[in-house]
Every structure is written in C-alpha cells, then in structure tokens.
Design a protein around this ligand. Structure first.
Ligand code: ATP
Length: 448
C-alpha cells in the first residue's frame, strides 16, 4: 500500500492556475486525456529532457543522438510485432457502456458507483475481454485505402532499430554503443487518466544500447543501476522509488529480462512504472533484418566476425517523470510567525522553470529600475521573473508555489552598497550578495 498522501487534485488545480498544464482544447470541453503544457510546464519538461539528453548523449562518447520521424514505413510495425500484438484486453459494460482495460480493473472506477471498480457494482455487466490494438491509424497521401495506411508510432524505439547501421557506420561506433532519442509517441489507451500519467499522446526518452551477445546481462545490470541513480539525482525521494522485476508471465514478447523503475504517486495510485529497462536480445534487429531483407549485422573487425547485437533498452516517459517530479515536490507547510502556511513546489533547482525572481522592495528610490536592469542581465543566462506587485510576502508565496529556488530583492540599501538579498526557497535563509555576483551565484546552484 502507498504510504504517501494523494495530492493529485491539488496538483491539477495548481498546474492550471499557475500555467504548468492545461487540458487540451478546453474551450470545446477538452479532448480526452490530452494535455497542453503551459509556459511553466514547458520549461519544467524541457529541463527534464535536457537533463536526460546530457546524461545519455552529451556526457558519453558511446551513445549517439537521433531524431527519427513519427511516421515510419508500415512494415516496420508488422516486423516489430505491433500490428499483431500491441493490444490490451478490452471489456465493455453493457449497462453503462463504459470500456475498461481488463488487466487494470483495479485502477478504474465504475461510472455508476465510483467507490467500486468496474464489475463490482450489482448493475455491472462486463463482456468477455477482447483484444484492442492501441496504435492510431491514419492515411498517407490523398487516397484513403489500405495501401496507404500509416501508424502514429506507439514508441520511439523502432526509429532507432531501423537506423542502427546508419548511426553505427556514419559515427564509426563500435559495439558496445547506444542510440538515444526523445520524441512523441501515441497510444489509443483504453483507460487513460490520472492527469498526465497515462495519456494518448506523450513523449518518450528512449535509449537502445547494442552489445555483444553474452555480455547482455552485465550491461543490463549496469543500466538498471545507472537509471535509478538518474531518477535519484532528479531529487525524487529514495523511499518513493523502487524496482519491479517482471515475472515470466509479465515479460513482453521481445524481452529476455525486464525491470521497471516505479515511483510512489501517493493515494490509491501508489507505486507505478515510470521507466522500463529491458533486455530485448536480438529480437528487433532480427525481425527487421528478416522483414526488410537487408543485413543488419555488425562486423567486429578485431574479432573478424559478424553478429546481430543484443539490445538493452531504457525507456522513460517525459510526462510521467514530470508528474513524478511535481508530486514529489508538492508540499504544504506552516511558516513560523505567520497564520497562513505556504505551498512549496520543492523542485531541484536545475529543473525549476524559473530560476530566480527579482523584486524591488518598494517602488521608490529607483528600485524598480535597478531590479529591471538586474533581471535583464540574469535573463541572458537563465529564466528569470520580475515581480513588483503585492507585498513582498505575497511575492515570495507566488514563487514558492512554482518552485523558484531563489528570490532576489533590491532594497533601500542596494543603491549604496551595490548588493541585494537572496532568499532561498527551502531553508528561507537570506544572504547578501554583491549585485555583480548574482548571476554567477545563481548559476553555480542551478547547474544541470
Ligand atoms: P503501462 O504498463 O503503464 O501501459 P508500458 O509498460 O506499456 O506502460 P512502455 O511501453 O515500457 O510502457 O513505455 C515506456 C515508458 O513510456 C513508460 O515507463 C512510461 O513512462 C511511458 N508511457 C507509456 N505509455 C504511456 C502513456 N499512455 N502516457 C504517458 N506515458 C506513457
């Protein structure tokens, strides 16, 4: 059972009010389980993606980046097994006409009696489960006929497999090496929900690491550990993170071994997958080799042998990680000497959408001009907000709620001593810093 409180409703409302996440096409009543990232949300998600890209691509010489197209040759999805097998078991309720995923009934609510799960209410009449393919189908070109069917990719991984030799040869990489990409994926989920946890359009950050068969379990263990360290370094609480090992009945058709990194989202949602780490063997490359008729073998010059590498995959959702970071960061606390408490979004400074907010304490003595000048200078280096409205306490609260780690105040002394007060979000500590040092001071503390 989850031990963490359920903050989801409060979070959904904060995200809307403060410009993190809006429901898609809200003025038309919204699109089911599709969300738009507002000004602060796009910064937060971008910071998470940048952190992943830095860890996976820029800081290593054995992983290359890729940005493959969403639309791929339809035979890709036959070879990968998605046309035949990317299905979830679907049940209908003849009474309420609701549709549910048969293997996730415990996560769903009966529309007629939300305290129960589908099938538990007397009036429920669930049908037998049948397979429902999750891929979105569309047509390429002007003719709507089967010859022109294409799919919106349900995962980014296949774009990596089909480019395996292009990347290896153009970058003169030697196995073991990896290919990483960030991009949109689409799944026509039967029961999406829980805010941005399960949506029909989402972003994945995937890395396929190609290794010599026989070394795969060693690499699998290494990637499992590295990925957990990455989540911890985002600031996610250690007690909220766990591995879940897939048992033999749970393993996907391609997987030789799999672990999920799970995060405790609190409330009834509890621990849920945020990342999958899989040993895919040579399933994908051999499928594509067979279906395309093109050799995808790697030639090991030193050993003078050819082979299809095995693949260790790490696949993490950018949106699910964003939700985990928000849930993890949200807290309400009392403030000594004040009646009203504060809501704090305790984000890691590297992830915070706004790094620093600059306030003139009053509108007198040229303080707004000095503050504007400083904010402009800081903006050149990182995202900075300027706020001159309301009491200083209110301005602090506004920034706390969106996770701004540092508030910089220009006061009546600033003109004389050319320094400012920086207040730290979590400790509430205040330090006096020379005006020309502020940029460096903040930059040191927000490094990716
Ligand atoms: P689930 O069992 O939750 O449907 P999955 O095992 O099908 O997930 P993978 O195919 O392993 O998920 O995808 C890798 C990652 O992509 C997941 O860990 C998750 O973070 C993200 N992801 C998958 N489906 C969705 C979705 N519908 N909405 C948001 N993120 C998703």
């Amino acid at each position: 059972m989850a031990s963490q409180p359920d903050v989801m409703d409060k979070l959904v409302s904060l995200c809307k009010r403060r410009g993190f996440i809006f429901q898609s096409s809200e003025i038309y009543g919204g699109t089911g389980s599709v969300w738009d990232y507002g000004p602060l949300g796009v910064e937060l998600k971008k910071n998470i993606k940048d952190r992943w890209w830095n860890a996976m691509v820029r800081s290593r010489d054995d992983i290359e980046g890729l940005d493959a197209a969403i639309l791929m040759h339809p035979r890709t999805w036959e070879a990968s097994g998605h046309v035949a097998g990317f299905v979830d078991p679907l049940v209908d309720c003849k009474t309420c006409k609701g549709r549910f995923r048969a293997d996730k009934l415990e996560d769903a609510r009966c529309p007629q009696k939300p305290s129960k799960q589908p099938g538990q209410h007397d009036a429920c009449q669930l049908t037998e489960a049948r397979n429902f393919n999750l891929m979105f189908k569309t047509y390429m070109g002007a003719l709507e006929e089967s010859a022109s069917i294409v799919y919106l990719r349900p995962e980014t991984a296949q774009g990596i497999f089909v480019n395996f030799l292009n990347v290896q040869q153009s970058m003169r990489q030697k196995v073991p090496f990896g290919i990483a990409q960030i991009g949109k994926a689409f799944r026509n989920e039967i029961t999406p929900g829980n805010f941005i946890f399960r949506t029909r359009e989402f972003e994945q950050m995937e890395m396929q690491f190609f290794v010599e068969p026989g070394t795969d379990m060693e690499w699998f263990a290494q990637w499992k550990q590295l990925r957990m360290e990455w989540h911890l370094a985002l600031g996610l609480s250690p007690e909220r993170l766990q591995f879940h090992q897939h048992g033999s009945g749970e393993l996907a058709h391609y997987a030789r071994a799999a672990f999920d990194v799970t995060f405790d989202f609190g409330g009834t949602l509890g621990f849920q997958e945020i990342e999958g780490i899989h040993n895919r063997g040579d399933f994908d490359l051999s499928q594509h080799q067979q279906a395309s008729g093109k050799k995808l073998e790697y030639f090991d010059q030193q050993a003078n042998k050819r082979y299809l590498p095995y693949v260790i995959e790490t696949s993490v959702g950018a949106d699910r990680t964003t939700l985990a970071v928000l849930v993890n960061g949200y807290r309400e606390e009392s403030v000594a000497g004040e009646d009203e408490g504060r809501v704090v979004m305790g984000l890691h400074p590297a992830l915070a959408p706004i790094k620093a907010a600059v306030f003139p304490l009053t509108k007198k003595d040229g303080q707004p001009e000095m503050a504007t000048k400083l904010a402009d200078e800081l903006r050149r280096a990182f995202n900075t907000d300027y706020d001159a409205t309301g009491s200083i306490g209110k301005r602090y609260r506004r920034q706390d709620e969106v996770g701004t780690p540092f508030c910089v105040t220009i006061d009546s002394e600033s003109a004389g001593d050319q320094s400012v007060t920086i207040r730290e979000r979590d400790s509430l500590a205040q330090v006096r810093v020379a005006m020309d040092q502020v940029r460096g001071w903040v930059q040191e503390r927000i490094a990716l």
